[in-house]
Design a protein around this ligand. Structure first.
Ligand code: FAD
Length: 391
């Protein structure tokens, strides 16, 4: 049965329906049994635990959002809390799900035709096929709305894609990758479902990362890759459509950053109750209590923001600047929180076995991906001043 999370200090989980609570309970149990025990080892080796994909997707995790796949009616707050649960245990697995479900399925759901949705979403939801999302390039990160160099050239009933992508999550083992490219005719950004077995497509893993070591990122080269018109996302006509996908996933990253904060905070709290210095548990020293309460303050404020932005999604009032504010704010609070949690654990805070170190390192990737803090701040800045600082 459903157990409220102690770190959800103001009880936001009470907003969930009974069915949603049941689903959270199932997901939490799966993560505790199959992911937590192996997360540090896979992280240390820089390997992805492929064996968990299909059973994980067989929980409600893989099929939250879209009509073609969802097993029951659910709220955006529920989906956010589920992302938080994933990250509270392992941000690499949560990032895998974010790429599979948020970025890949999201692109097809938001920008695909009815036929494309029906063809691809169920297979992605079950984990039968793995997806990736290729927007960022070696020479274009923050400026990818205007700076993409990958090109798409129409050739009869086909398109020819040429260029390079960098940082693409899941792409070392994906079956399809969504490639965003500029149409040489009208200069608009378009999206293509590219099977990774297509000649001219190659992906090489990025090695020696210090953050999210278990999830794999790739450098991709597209050398005359030919895909049929039926693989062009039919409703992606400009970068504005790509941005619709990012609006959804940025709220998801905000929720994930709360999960990372909670993961580190829970490790620190448990440690502080055990660790004795000056003849008593460090949890009874005033300054440690101050660190822990600052962590909980950050977690609670961030959760409140995420809850409201998710509710606005369901109400149809969420705009880009709302999800950007949540992404920028919550990831900045996460970075403080994981540092305070690790600080409360002294030297052991930097050792994987004590539970905070992995979250501390993983926070750095969440802080930068899906738009850096600066870029999301500038999206908010554009909305509140009426003046875009980044074009
Ligand atoms: P740059 O754009 O080079 O930015 C460098 C610095 O300059 C940043 O601090 C930035 O904020 C700042 N900056 C740039 N322009 C401005 C400005 N106008 N004003 C103020 N400051 C500015 N991409 C994908 O497409 N798919 C993925 O699956 C994916 N997964 C990722 C996973 C990981 C682990 C990481 C690290 C990245 C991933 N990315 C992915 C890419 C990610 O979205 C980019 O790293 C991010 O958008 C930043 O781009 P950049 O790294 O090129 O940094």
């Amino acid at each position: 049965s459903f157990e409220p999370l102690a770190s959800d200090f103001l009880g936001f989980e009470t907003l969930l329906s009974d069915r949603e609570k049941e689903s959270i309970t199932e997901i939490r149990a799966f993560l505790e049994e199959h992911v937590r025990p192996i997360a540090d080892d896979y992280w240390e080796r820089g390997e992805f635990p492929h064996q968990i994909v299909e059973p994980l997707m067989a929980t409600d995790v893989g099929r939250f959002a879209w009509a073609e796949t969802t097993p029951f009616e659910n709220s955006a707050v529920f989906r956010g809390l589920a992302s938080m649960e994933l990250s509270r245990v392992d941000a690499s697995v949560s990032t895998f799900v974010g790429v599979q479900e948020g970025l890949t399925m999201g692109s097809i759901a938001v920008c695909g035709s009815e036929e494309q949705r029906a063809e691809w979403l169920p297979r992605l939801a079950s984990g039968e096929i793995i997806g990736a999302f290729g927007l960022t390039e070696p020479l274009s990160g923050s400026d990818s709305a205007q700076g993409l160099r990958t090109t798409a050239r129409r050739d009869g009933d086909s398109w020819v894609l040429d260029g390079a992508k960098r940082w693409i999550g899941n792409a070392t083992f994906s079956d399809i990758t969504i490639i965003w490219a500029k149409d040489v005719e009208d200069s608009q950004v378009k999206g293509f479902i590219v099977p990774t077995s297509t000649p001219g497509y190659s992906a090489t893993p990025i090695q020696r990362k210090i953050s999210l070591r278990a999830v794999q990122n790739a450098d991709i080269v597209l050398d005359g890759v030919v895909v049929p018109e039926s693989h062009r996302l039919q409703n992606a006509n400009s970068f504005r459509d790509t941005a619709k996908v990012l609006r959804l996933t940025r709220t998801g990253v905000a929720w994930s950053s709360v999960g990372v904060s909670i993961g580190a905070y829970e490790a620190a709290l448990a440690y502080a109750k055990e660790r004795v210095q000056f003849g008593k548990p460090i949890a009874s020293h005033q300054l440690i209590q101050d660190l822990l309460s600052k962590c909980l303050g950050n977690i609670t404020a961030s959760m409140a923001m995420c809850v409201r932005v998710s509710q606005m999604h369901d109400e149809g009032t969420q705009r880009d600047e709302h999800s950007s504010l949540a992404k920028a704010y919550c990831t900045a609070r996460m970075r403080e929180t994981v540092a305070w949690a690790r600080e409360a654990m002294g030297g052991n805070g930097i050792v994987l076995d004590y539970g905070a170190a992995r979250f501390f390192a993983d926070a750095e990737a969440l802080y930068s991906y899906e738009g850096t803090r600066e870029m999301n701040a500038l999206i908010v800045g554009r909305a509140i001043t009426g003046s875009a600082a980044f074009v």
